[in-house]
Ligand binder design. Structure first.
Ligand SMILES: Cc1ncc(C[n+]2csc(CCOP(=O)(O)OP(=O)(O)O)c2C)c(N)n1
Ligand SMILES: [Mg+2]
Length: 573
């Protein structure tokens, strides 16, 4: 048994079914160990994809996703994806290879200070120094990733801990003792070093995954919140990603929300929590609703740029906030009732403590407004634009979804439009990057999603700019038999940026792309590629795409789209 196998053993004991990687000499024993233990090893074409995939696995299963990358450039290539997971509060374990312990700082290949690099990106990190510490360190890593505010952790594994002792002794030149006193002294010192690496390795502890305790909301806060709710006439609930951190309890959460009767806006991973057509869920004109509400409950939703730093909620409006993060709880606005703890637990407790009161009129006002906006969207989607009207395309995608579809959003303008039109049908079936807002999550998220839910059809909505970051992963989809449907909203540009830039600076420099044949690129990697520029063909092409997926083939539909004013004036800063 070598160190790589011990790592695999620890991962397996923590419920890990997939590891995502791009290989390198420093990590080979870990990958082989996983493979031989039946953990599926998915090798991607970029380390960022491996981490995005691990992030998706974490979000959909609650079990930390695992990415294994090689020393140096393998680790540095993960930075954006790791930062994204940190800001999305997604628990994942990044395992990085590293140079041999005795060669640190001596000019070895790919030897950089990875621990300092990872300091601001991870909530916890360790460099393992002895074989016997491999399993306990990984146990700790899995615990830390999920404890409190979840997030990525980093474990660095020097290569000489991963091979068996005989091989390492050979590397260190311990097979032969030199004749001179100097050679002898060097041999002794290297021998002591290797002895230290392997000391106690034979008596490996059994892997014991540690349960993660949850901080329960304070009973006084629940009481105060239920009193506030009892007197509110126009309460509004905003639920965000942090409310669905525990996939096992999302259905119970949906029931608890329904029982409160409070109108709801869902964001991030919480989209889809209430299905496609729940009477309490509103989708549009949130700002107006926030202006009129007399009580706003923020369940895992910080007052960041998405709520205009709290300015979307008038000063006099009472706020109840529940959040696992003390910083997010207090960000920009001090709530009247601040509950430090899991927002889903809080809603359960609140729901139990609250007797239903009549909110019919308020619900109806919001519902009518929502319906008004829906009608407007349908009208806009029927307008003629060049090529295919993007709103129409989104409506067609929405119509093609089943009750078991997962949607991945990677792009700017086009996918933001889709987020108002394409409705996830069930909990945990919408994935977007989160507050870091990085482009490039697409293929990795889709990969993780399809692996976790092989029966689901995974729809990957891309902008034509965004698709460039991960189109090479169609190779991964093909090699690993991962059939997903990608739809590229191709407007030949980085439109979200162009819109403001051209208006304010009268120059479109660096925002133009070509109507490139992304479909052919995907076809080159073995997928089915289709290109359309005619609205008449959309419905049929999407149906064919679903058939291809049913036959096990990944598909990329490259749709040339026109422009509308739907998102005019929406700029995030
Ligand atoms: C990694 C990264 N680089 C740049 C940006 C800035 N950015 C935000 S939206 C956007 C345009 C995206 O273009 P595309 O994917 O084609 O979508 P479109 O807006 O054209 O629909 C850009 C460049 C970003 N969010 N992330
Ligand atoms: Mg574009």
């Amino acid at each position: 048994m070598h160190g790589g196998d011990l790592v695999a053993q620890a991962l397996q004991a923590h419920g890990v079914r997939f590891v995502f990687t791009l290989t390198g000499g420093h990590i080979a024993p870990v990958l082989v160990g996983c493979h031989q233990r039946g953990i599926r090893v998915i090798d991607t074409r970029h380390e960022a994809t491996a981490v995005f995939a691990a992030d998706a696995v974490a979000r959909l299963t609650g079990i930390p996703g695992v990415a294994v990358v090689t020393a140096g450039p393998g680790v540095t290539n993960t930075i954006t994806a790791i930062k994204n997971a940190q800001m999305a509060q997604s628990p994942l374990v990044l395992i990085g290879g590293a140079t041999a312990t005795a060669l640190r700082g001596r000019g070895a290949l790919q030897d950089i200070d990875q621990m300092t690099l990872m300091k601001s990106l991870t909530k916890w990190r360790r460099s393992v120094r002895r074989v016997r510490d491999l399993i306990p360190t990984l146990e700790e890593a899995f615990f830390r990733a999920r404890d409190g505010v979840p997030g990525p952790v980093f474990v660095e594994l020097p290569i000489d801990l991963l091979y068996d002792e005989q091989v390492v002794r050979q590397w260190y030149g311990l097979k032969r003792i030199g004749r001179s006193p100097a050679q002898w002294a060097a041999w002794v010192s290297r021998s002591v070093w290797v002895h230290h690496l392997f000391a106690g390795a034979q008596q490996q502890a059994v892997v014991k995954p540690r349960p993660v305790p949850q901080r329960e909301p304070d009973q006084r806060d629940i009481h105060a919140a239920s009193l506030a709710l009892a007197t509110a006439e126009r309460p509004l609930l905003l639920a965000g990603s942090q409310a669905v951190l525990d996939p096992a309890s999302v259905d119970a959460l949906a029931r608890a929300i329904t029982a409160t009767g409070i109108p709801v806006y869902l964001s991030g991973m919480a989209r889809g929590l209430l299905g496609a057509n729940h009477p309490l869920q509103m989708r549009h004109r949130r700002r107006e609703a926030l202006r009129e509400a007399d009580l706003v409950i923020l369940a895992g939703v910080p007052c960041d740029f998405r709520l205009d730093y709290g300015n979307h909620i008038p000063r006099h409006t009472r706020i109840i906030a529940a959040n696992r993060s003390r910083t997010d709880l207090m960000l920009n606005r001090r709530p009247q009732i601040a509950v430090l703890g899991d927002p889903a637990h809080f809603i359960h407790r609140l729901s139990n403590a609250t007797s239903n009161h009549n909110l019919e009129r308020w619900q109806e006002t919001l519902r009518q407004r929502d319906a008004g906006r829906e009608a407007e969207i349908i009208r806009l989607s029927n307008q003629q634009t060049a090529y295919v009207n993007p709103l129409y395309l989104c409506r067609m995608i929405n119509d093609a979804l089943t009750d078991n579809s997962i949607i991945v959003a990677d792009g700017g303008d086009f996918v933001a439009t889709a987020s108002y039109i394409v409705r996830p049908r069930r909990p945990l079936s919408w994935l977007d990057p989160g507050p870091f807002g990085t482009l490039g999550v697409g293929a990795g998220f889709a990969l993780g999603a399809k692996l976790c839910r092989p029966d689901a059809d995974v729809w990957l909505l891309y902008g034509d700019g965004s698709v460039g970051y991960s189109i090479a992963e169609f190779d991964t989809f093909t090699r690993h038999n991962i059939p997903v449907i990608a739809v590229v909203g191709n407007d030949a540009g980085w439109t979200q940026i162009a819109r403001e830039q051209v208006e304010l600076l009268h120059d479109d420099v660096a925002t133009r792309l070509a109507h490139s044949d992304y479909d052919q690129v995907a076809a080159g990697f073995g997928a089915v590629g289709r290109r359309i520029d005619d609205p008449e063909l959309v419905e049929e092409t999407l149906q064919q795409a679903q058939q291809s997926v049913a036959r096990g083939k990944p598909v990329l539909v490259n749709v040339l789209i026109g422009t509308t004013d739907f998102r005019k004036g929406s700029l995030s800063m």
